[in-house]
Structures are given as C-alpha cells and as structure tokens.
Design a protein around this ligand. Structure first.
Ligand code: ATP
Length: 479
C-alpha cells in the first residue's frame, strides 16, 4: 500500500472511531482481534445499507422472498455442504516466530514489494498451484523466492497445511463429539435447508430467489485491514433457484443486476473491477468476484457464483428428504440449479465509508484558509438525514426547531442541536455525513422560512418550512 493510501486508510479508521461509527470490540480489555462493534452512527449506517439491499432484493423483485434462519444448524448440514471437510485455508507457520500465515496473504504481501510484471507472474503461479491443491508446489514457491516472515525476518517455514475456519461449540451440557455444533460460516445453508418450506409456503415458482441477511463466523487466521476481514461479520446473500440448463443466462443476469446495485450508490465505475475465477470452487460451474478499489487496493466485495445443484443434492443425499421441484410448465421433477449473490455487509460499509471520506481545504473570500473532514455519504444511507439547528437558544427559536423536528422525525432520521457556534455544528454534521442542516433564525418567525445548507456544496438557501420535507425526501430517493 502506498504510504499516502495507508495514511488515508488510517485516517478513515481513526475517523470511524472518533465519530461513533466503529469501535474495537471490548476495547477496555484491549480489544479482541478482528472483532468490532458499531457505534451510534455506524449502526445506523449499517442498518441503512442492509435495508437498502433487502428492499432491492425482496420488495423490488416479485420472485424473491426473505428468511431469517438461525445461526446454529444441525451439524450434518456442514457435513453435507462440504464445510467440515473442505472449508479450510492453506496455512504456513514460521518456525522461529511461531506466526501463522495464510499462504495467499503471505505471497500477496511479498508480491506487493516487486515490480508489476514479476508480481503478476508469481501471483498467477500461486493461483494455479492453489487451484490444483499443490501445497508442496506452494511451499517451493515460497522457498524459491526466499519469502520471509515479517516478525522473525527468517525464511524458516513449516510445510503448508490446511486449517478449518469454522468455530465449533457444544450443544447442551455434555461435551462430546456428537454434540459439536458450528457457528455458521455462511448464511447460504440456512436458505438451502429451507428451500422446500419457502417454496411451498410462499407458493414460489422456479425461477425464484430466497434472500437472507445475518451473522457468519470464520476463524480467519490473518485478520487484517480493519472491518475488511473479521471473525464475526454479516452477510447479505441471495440464492436464486433456476431450471437446470438456464444457469448461464441467470448468472449473466445477476452479474449485471448486482453491478447496477453497486453503481446506484453513485460510486464511479472505475472503482470497480471483475475478477473471474480461473477455477471456481469444486461445486461451481462459474464464479466471479466484484472487486472495489479500497485504500489498500482492489479487493473482493461480492461473489456471484453459479453453484449448480450441488447444495440441494447434497442435502437430499444426507437428509434422505427429496429436494425436488415439480415444474408444471415442462412436466418434470428436478433439483433446481442455483445462482448465488453473496456480499459482506461490513465490507460494503467499509466501501461506503472509504468512498465518502474526504479531507478538504480551501481559501475563503477574506483570504484565510479553511478545512473540513466530510463524509459524502449517499443520502439514502446517511445515518442522519436532517440536522435542525436553531441559531440561538432563545427568542422562541428552539420552539420552532422542536416543532419542525416533531413534524419530520417520523419520515426520516432528524437530529436536533442548539449547543455551540453554528460553524462548529455544521462541521460535526459534515463529519458524520448528514446531507442537510437547517438553521432557524429570527426571519423564520416572520416568514416561516429556514436556511438549508447542502453538505457537499456547503451552499445555503432560504426555503419555506412547508417545502422542507419534500426536499429531504427527494434527496433520499436520489432525485
Ligand atoms: P475472501 O477471499 O476475502 O476470504 P471469500 O471468497 O472467502 O472471501 P465468500 O465466502 O465468497 O468470501 O463470502 C462472500 C462475501 O462475504 C465476501 O465477498 C465478503 O464480502 C464477505 N466476507 C467473507 N469473509 C469475510 C470476513 N472474514 N469478514 C468480512 N466479510 C467477509
């Protein structure tokens, strides 16, 4: 990461903490690695992103319904899905420092120090070796390049081994192999096991989708980059069930749809790129990642996977229950194929924050310098939509402000504040991304107008109070 990008990233992390977006978990005990808590404005922003995804998937698609499955599932679920045997990352330990690395991260970090051509060659070799599960080959690549541990500075490595990422715990009071259950590492399986329940009760016809948002847990070995890679995180997943043979066209459809959703945040196209998997996971016949240019480079934000009939067939096999659908248009029973869209809510949060964060400096008309830190959040996800700021704490101005607050708060999130100079209050609202501030002053008493200030342009204009709701609502809708 270039040092100015690193500085920017560190500034975003510090800003997120200072302004109540994200705190390290249990910070008074020095935190817990790769676990984070969302503060007052962070939880609001996260909820707005979640709601926006949920509405887009369910309310805006007649053929998609949602569910909310439990985190704990019958342990056989994870045998059937392949997670018990396959959900692992290749790791390597440095014998001197005892530090454990995910081999892809170790090699990627090394590649970042090389000229582009050489880096691309090493990364493409690594991708091939990993796709073939050639761990001896990966070890050789690390040895040949004399890649060193950043702690010990030595290249004294163990062999490459697989490490399962699932957290396990015990059900009930008696510990034993049979009672071991897992914290789900993805939300998707809660959808697959409920496929027939949902199809029948919501009377869905293939093609149709099931959406879900919820927590997932992975014992990530190298947890880095703030909320980009967490051990407890939230996923927003949708499984779309289609007739076998039509998966290619639906895969293309969902690729397009999901990119449209991303661009609807106003993020420039160049900040995104596709990463097509050379060799998709063993159950998939097509897979692509949407990558976003975070301050630390282009990284995965969402995966679109054509998962074939693998999951439903596996559950059919392990449960002995039919997972079939009768398609009366073609008079046939089949196990549907599945296209999955899977996005991390926390990663999307980091994307929105990284995209919105700006440090601005300018020269004022009187020649003096001014500056601010502003979150240029899309209004639809901003935690607070309207700040109501009486200019003075007297002369009946607070009462008018309170009246406006009472009138608007039911429609969108409002914030009322009368403390401190107006400039200071504006800066605080800029820092948490509030798109509009209004000030109530003496003229308000005479003509029922207020001054509305736009966060991005900082321009102010007088508008009738009667028009206020309309203006804010239009902005939230993106008009
Ligand atoms: P990565 O290669 O970054 O580990 P993945 O390919 O394992 O990710 P998927 O299993 O496809 O990820 O999960 C779907 C989405 O869930 C990812 O695109 C990402 O946004 C999110 N996600 C996965 N792991 C984490 C994590 N540890 N912390 C936060 N979000 C995550």
């Amino acid at each position: 990461m270039a040092s100015n990008d690193n500085n920017r990233f560190q500034a975003i992390i510090a800003h997120a903490k200072e302004y109540g977006f994200v705190f390290p978990s249990s910070e008074i005990y020095d935190g817990l690695s790769a676990v984070y808590d969302y503060g007052p404005w962070g939880s609001e922003l996260k909820k707005n992103i979640r709601d926006y995804w949920w509405k887009n998937m369910t309310q805006m698609h007649e053929n998609i319904v949602g569910i909310d499955a439990a985190i704990f599932m019958h342990p056989t679920t994870w045998k059937a899905s392949g997670h018990v045997d396959n959900f692992s990352d290749p790791m390597i330990d440095n014998k001197d420092s005892k530090k454990r690395y995910r081999v892809d991260h170790l090699v990627e970090a090394y590649a970042e120090t090389l000229p582009k051509e050489k880096a691309d060659e090493i990364l493409s070799n690594l991708e091939k070796l990993l796709a073939n599960e050639d761990f001896a080959g990966v070890k050789k690549l690390i040895d040949d390049n004399k890649i060193k541990c950043s702690v010990s500075g030595t290249a004294n490595w163990t062999d490459v081994r697989q490490f399962n990422l699932m957290f396990s715990t015990q059900l009930g009071s008696v510990a034993g192999e049979a009672d071991t259950i897992y914290l789900r590492p993805e939300t998707a399986q809660g959808i697959f096991v409920n496929f027939l329940n949902v199809q029948k009760t919501a009377r869905m016809k293939v093609p149709f989708g099931i959406a879900q948002v919820g927590k997932a847990f992975r014992n990530e070995i190298v947890a880095r980059q703030f909320i980009f890679r967490m051990r407890e995180f939230e996923q927003m997943e949708m499984q779309f069930f289609v007739r076998p043979g039509t998966q290619k066209e639906w895969y293309e459809y969902w690729r397009e749809e999901r990119m449209k959703w991303h661009l609807s945040f106003g993020t420039p196209k160049e900040k995104y790129q596709w990463h097509v998997h050379a060799k998709p996971a063993f159950y998939a016949d097509n897979a692509v990642d949407i990558e976003y240019e975070f301050p630390f480079g282009f990284k995965e934000i969402e995966g679109i996977h054509s998962r074939t009939d693998y999951d439903l067939s596996q559950h059919q096999k392990f449960s002995g229950k039919k997972m079939q659908y009768f398609d009366n248009e073609i008079n046939q029973n089949y196990v549907p194929y599945v296209i999955e869209t899977s996005i991390g809510l926390d990663r999307m949060f980091l994307l929105v924050l990284s995209q919105a964060y700006a440090e601005e400096k300018w020269t004022k008309e009187d020649g003096t310098e001014d500056s601010r830190t502003v979150l240029r959040l899309p209004a639809k996800v901003a935690p607070i939509k309207l700040a109501i700021l009486p200019l003075l704490k007297k002369d009946g101005l607070p009462e008018i402000g309170r009246e406006i607050m009472k009138d608007c708060r039911d429609e969108f999130y409002c914030f009322y504040e009368e403390k401190d100079a107006i400039g200071k209050r504006y800066r605080r609202m800029d820092a948490i991304g509030t798109p509009f501030c209004i000030t109530v002053d003496h003229q308000t008493k005479e003509d029922q107008t207020v001054t509305i200030r736009d966060r991005d342009s900082m321009k102010q204009e007088r508008i009738p109070i009667a028009k206020l709701k309309e203006i804010v609502k239009a902005k939230i809708k993106g008009e």
